[in-house]
Design a protein around this ligand. Structure first.
Ligand SMILES: [Zn+2]
Length: 115
């Protein structure tokens, strides 16, 4: 993979990382503010459900952030774009869709990990 291409993936990854940290800040702020002594049971249940949803979102996001940071590190080490399991190059179509992936499609299907 040439330098220009690597730079482009780097931009994609950085943009995604930015997007994630913005989403996370927005997602958590209202949940924290919503917990209070007022409101009936239905409201409290809704707040509870919402909070759980957001926490789930947060956990998914932090896994994704980690994966993106790892991908950026691989760009720096010049190992980006190679499958970590079989060492074959990952297809461009796959890198376009999920630039933070560590595995090619075949290995990914065997592993069955959500990210
Ligand atoms: Zn592979």
């Amino acid at each position: 993979m040439d330098v220009r291409e690597l730079q482009r993936y780097k931009q994609l990854l950085l943009a995604k990382l930015d997007e994630l940290s913005a989403t996370r800040a927005e997602a958590l702020a209202p949940v924290m503010g919503a917990r209070g002594p007022r409101g009936d049971l239905i409201d409290q249940a809704a707040v509870q459900t919402e909070a759980e949803l957001q926490i789930h979102l947060y956990q998914t996001d932090s896994r994704l952030s980690r994966a993106i940071e790892d991908a950026l590190a691989r760009i720096n080490r010049a190992t980006f774009g190679a499958c970590e399991a079989c060492k074959q190059p990952i297809s461009k179509a796959r890198l376009e869709a999920v630039p933070w992936t560590r595995l090619c499609r075949e290995c990914k299907e065997q592993e069955q990990n959500p990210i």
